[in-house]
Design a protein around this ligand. Structure first.
Ligand code: ATP
Length: 196
């Protein structure tokens, strides 16, 4: 079974494209969604979070995301600490999930695939390349946030051009190219690679 990463910048279309792969019966692991869930399901993580970010980072067993974001957004060291607590748990969870799958290939969707080190153990990585102006507009529409807010989030991630150079396959999600035919073609390629 091949293990494939799927990544791209904020608003590039990772979730949308991953859902199309799911329609083709490809199991998809949504790393960002899982890490959000771990904050209130993993007791060990909850304890470390309280220890490092204060008891009031939780209300009951719910993490206070706004408070956490406010702490880590402008403090690189705190952000690094947060990543060190969460990423290894997500990587382990993804590995356990992958071991249970029986499909010819599986996909791990993650925004910070390279940054978090969760690229380790993957056979190939698909990058989604989407022009910046489209990503900004789509995230503004999707989340109801301002252009400045989107730009601030984007500036926290590594440059998309650099990210794409690290990928084995690229899906171009722009207004000139249709996405579905590219996914079908890639699906065929990946299935053929599983037989080698
Ligand atoms: P994030 O990094 O913020 O989680 P993402 O990479 O998962 O984002 P999506 O949520 O899949 O991106 O896409 C961002 C928005 O753009 C969504 O509202 C989605 O419906 C829209 N979108 C994605 N691809 C296309 C497309 N080809 N045509 C039109 N809308 C699109």
């Amino acid at each position: 079974m091949l293990k494939i990463g799927l990544t791209g910048g904020i608003g590039s279309g990772k979730t949308t494209i991953a859902k199309v792969f799911e329609l083709l019966n490809v199991p998809v692991y949504y790393a960002d969604a899982v890490s959000k869930r771990l904050y209130h399901t993993n007791k060990e993580l909850m304890e470390s979070m309280k220890k490092h970010f204060g008891e009031d980072i939780y209300t009951g067993d719910q993490i206070n995301r706004q408070k956490l974001a406010a702490i880590v957004f402008n403090d690189a060291q705190k952000l690094q600490l947060l990543n060190k607590l969460v990423h290894p748990l997500t990587i382990k969870d993804a590995q356990q999930w992958m071991e249970q799958q029986t499909a010819p290939y599986v996909i791990k969707e993650a925004a910070l695939l390279f940054e978090s080190g969760s690229v380790a153990g993957l056979d190939y990585v698909i990058g989604i390349s989407t022009p910046k102006h489209l990503r900004i507009k789509r995230v503004m529409d999707r989340d109801g946030v301002s252009r400045e807010e989107v730009l601030a989030r984007m500036n926290k991630q590594i440059d998309e051009g650099i990210k794409m150079r690290l990928c084995d396959f690229i899906i171009e999600n722009n207004e000139q190219k249709l996405v579905i035919p590219q996914i079908l073609e890639l699906h065929k390629t990946l299935l053929s690679l599983t037989n080698k």
